[in-house]
Design a protein around this ligand. Structure first.
Ligand code: HSE
Length: 426
């Protein structure tokens, strides 16, 4: 039976989960895969954490050199996170020909070109299923099952923290701040939640997924990004009344010779499959030119779901002679001829506060009319005792730049202010 030695760098939530899976399923993999997967080494500065997991003392390395020079280690699993130490250690492993499996989306989004070059030089593998959508095998689905398709669109809920917060706001009527606090208490959000709530985490994942789906480099810097920190519970409630659910969406499209990649909150019809993806769950809904529509759904984070994706990569690497690399030129930047669409099309929801007087609505509709923005739904409610009214408008599909221009024109009116603008996915 083939013996394959694994090293794990970092025994936090994901590294610890990977250790548990590999050790608890050892016999199962021997039986089903005909391989003896053995955790030969771990590198974890907090040795007590390693001991608590039951790692034998002699397998706790003291430094990265001990790991990468260990001839019994074939595959190095990186679960450190961040891009400083992780990048250095991953390069050290690849440079001596060890295959690397990582869950680090920031590292892959920023440095996959450099890491892949190092891997190719040494005929080593570089696998990163766990970097995107945790336990949901979206990368393998794109690279294997859907490889015969042109991927046309991909719309995903690919950040569990923000989905938990938005679900809480919608279901319990909490404010953003209250829902964030609850997410932090339950361990769904970090003490410093910026990477999740400002959409960086989703943007890194989308850059990786879009590059794989469209077979061309889509740098994370090209992803249009807006987070959820400005969202107000009134908008979620108004959207609900109109039959919409608010989600932080990651959207990638390839059409008319251009690529569109964006992460922002958006309303989806409450009957859309993505609307029912609640709490910390994730899903990716995609369209291929042959297969049509497909949705993958599951846990996007957590020790065992993310560990499941890592171990899937470890087994793939252990059972395939040839490593698999990108199908595109994996440079730091996009190819010169790749066109990125920034004036994308969408429908829009707008909430305005206006003076409740004659002629106000017609001034606003004429601003829309001049920009060829057509309204689909309008409703108004009186704000008691203020002489003001709330106006909620949903438009038909139009251009982002037309809406921005209309918003700045409305903001300049003395009798109206724009409280919120949200995109609506038809
Ligand atoms: N913070 C991430 C999320 C973890 O909420 O999805 C997995 O990338």
């Amino acid at each position: 039976m083939k013996k394959v030695g694994v090293a794990i760098l970092g025994l936090g939530v994901v590294g610890g989960g990977t250790y548990k899976i590999l050790t608890e399923h050892e016999g199962y993999y021997r039986r089903t895969q005909d391989i003896d997967l053995v955790v030969e080494s771990v590198l974890e500065p907090n040795r007590d954490r390693a001991r608590a997991l039951g790692v034998p003392e002699e397998r706790i390395a003291s430094n990265i050199a001990e790991v990468v020079c260990n001839p019994d280690v074939n595959i190095v699993v990186e679960c450190i996170g961040g891009v400083t130490v992780a990048r250095e250690y991953v390069l050290a492993a690849l440079n001596v020909g060890k295959t690397v499996v990582t869950s680090n989306k920031e590292l892959i989004a920023k440095y996959s070109h450099e890491l892949e070059r190092a891997a190719k030089r040494q005929n080593a593998g570089l696998y990163f299923e766990a970097s995107c959508v945790g336990g949901v095998p979206i990368i393998r689905t794109l690279l294997d099952g859907l490889q015969g398709n042109r991927i046309l669109t991909m719309t995903g809920i690919i950040n569990g923290t923000t989905n938990f917060i938005l679900t809480k706001m919608a279901q319990d009527g909490l404010s953003y701040e209250q829902a964030l606090k609850e997410a932090q208490m339950l361990g769904y959000a970090e003490a410093n939640p910026v990477a999740d709530v400002e959409g960086f985490d989703a943007a890194y994942k989308l850059s990786i997924l879009a590059s794989l789906a469209f077979h061309t480099k889509v740098p994370y810097t090209k992803v249009f990004r807006e987070g959820i920190t400005e969202l107000r519970e009134e908008d979620i409630a108004d959207g609900k009344r109109l039959g919409y659910t608010l989600k932080l969406l990651a959207i990638a499209k390839q059409e008319h010779g251009g690529i569109e990649v964006r992460v922002h909150p958006a309303f989806v019809k409450s009957t859309h499959p993505l609307a029912s993806v609640g709490g910390s769950f994730n899903a990716v809904y995609l369209t291929g030119d042959c297969v049509g529509e497909i949705m993958l759904y599951g846990r996007g984070a957590g020790e065992l779901p993310t560990g499941s994706a890592i171990v899937g990569d470890v087994i793939y690497a252990a059972t395939h002679g040839e490593s698999r690399y990108s199908t595109f030129k994996n440079n730091a930047s996009a190819e010169k001829d790749t066109k990125f669409i920034t004036d994308f099309k969408s429908a829009y929801y707008m909430r305005l506060t206006v003076d409740d007087e004659a002629g106000v609505l017609s001034r606003i509709t004429s601003i829309f009319g001049r920009r060829n923005i057509s309204m689909r739904e309008v409703f108004q409610r009186k704000d008691e005792g203020t002489g003001k009214a709330t106006l909620v408008i949903v438009t038909h599909e139009t251009h982002e730049l037309s809406v921005r221009s209309a918003v700045s024109k409305i903001e300049a009116l003395p009798f109206a202010s724009v409280e919120s603008v949200l995109r609506v996915i038809a």
